[in-house]
Ligand binder design. Structure first.
Ligand code: SF4
Length: 353
């Protein structure tokens, strides 16, 4: 089985090449192959001035397969266009990624880590698909490489389809590749993981010692019963265990945890919700609460909150002393907003553009 170039850091590629060729192929060749794969999505050893035999050797050793764009939609915003892409993988299954304008000419790519998701959050389209399979590390980095060929995203957030920490081994490998200085060379602080709270994987993430990596918790209800109703399979770990894992996670003094709250009118916007959210955050140190107005999908569990309701909830949190950001809604009209991915991707395989 050839090495997947999108899943292999440059040093490992060099080691594999040394074994494969039975001699030193030159670190420069491995580095050039890696850089072209990650920065340009290209694998063309023939263009590196190698002999035909050496180029054939490289083709036997490694391969590169980017996902295919089968559908693309956009929504104009004040800062630029939100682009959602549906991508076909090698086995015909599909995932979506979203390129988001963030203002000041910066962009972020929202990346998927699974086809579907096992967590079945009631406000999320992806949860309705169930888990079809984990993505490989190469399928995760491939979404970034595909986008970077047109415009390199300034930040990568793992909050597309799937629960990233349910696919921790592949995600860890993808993080290594994305931060490899010979390839895309993302700084840790440009990468952000959003999880419903997978306690063992949070500990594994901490053990990596990547102090500048971004981390957010999808909370949405700060009591176990409410969370179990909203996120049936996210409630595997009780909130006090998640809270303890997040306290352990803190690796630098100025680390700011993100706490995501999908605001659902009549479901999680009461004064009691405000009080419970404040109590949950209190022992966590520096944290930003991101209030995300609900984006109704194909089977809405509520209506979207109006501006007045969002402002009232944000003000109530600030009164409790919490640092709050109100997430600007982007991509809702094309089902590209938070909680809407996967709606247009059938559970069966895609066959055509
Ligand atoms: S919100 Fe996240 S964890 Fe929950 S079902 Fe959707 S993708 Fe999965």
């Amino acid at each position: 089985m050839p090495l997947d170039l999108l899943a292999t850091p440059a040093t490992r590629l060099h080691e594999a090449a040394s074994r494969h060729f039975g001699s030193q192929p030159g670190a420069g060749v491995a580095t050039a192959v890696h850089a072209a794969a990650l920065r340009e999505g290209r694998f063309a050893p023939e263009r590196l001035g190698l002999s035909a035999r050496a180029a054939a050797g490289w083709r036997a050793l490694a391969s590169l397969q980017l996902p295919t764009v089968v559908h693309e939609v956009g929504e104009s915003t004040a800062h630029g266009t939100v682009h959602k892409r549906r991508l076909r993988l090698a086995d015909g299954r599909a995932v979506e990624s979203v390129h988001l304008p963030m203002g000041r000419n910066r962009t972020a790519l929202c990346v998927s880590t699974q086809v579907g998701c096992a967590r079945a959050c009631t406000f999320c389209e992806t949860g309705r698909l169930g888990l079809q399979r984990n993505l490989t590390a190469g399928e995760i980095t491939g979404q970034v490489v595909l986008q970077a060929r047109e415009r390199r995203p300034d930040a990568i957030v793992f909050q597309g389809m799937g629960e990233p920490l349910d696919n921790w081994p592949a995600l860890q490998q993808a993080l290594e590749v994305l931060t490899d200085r010979h390839g895309l060379a993302y700084a840790q602080e440009r990468l952000g993981i959003c999880t419903v709270g997978h306690v063992p994987a949070l500990d594994a993430l901490r053990e990596l010692g990547w102090k500048r990596l971004g981390l957010s918790l999808s909370l949405h209800s700060a009591n176990d019963a409410g969370r179990a109703a909203l996120m049936p399979h996210a409630a595997r770990y009780p909130l006090h265990e998640i809270q303890a894992a997040l306290q352990r996670y803190r690796q630098r003094r100025n680390f700011a945890l993100g706490v995501h709250w999908c605001l659902l009118p009549g479901i999680n916007d009461s004064p009691r919700d405000v009080a419970e959210l404040a109590a949950f955050c209190a022992p966590l140190g520096r944290a930003w609460v991101h209030v995300i107005p609900y984006n109704p999908g194909t089977a809405p569990i509520a209506r979207a909150p109006d501006e007045h309701e969002v402002a009232r909830f944000v003000a109530a949190l600030r009164e409790r002393g919490l640092a709050v950001r109100r997430r600007v809604t982007k991509g809702r009209s094309v089902m590209a907003a938070c909680g809407q991915l996967g709606a247009s991707a059938p559970a069966t395989h895609l066959t055509s553009a």
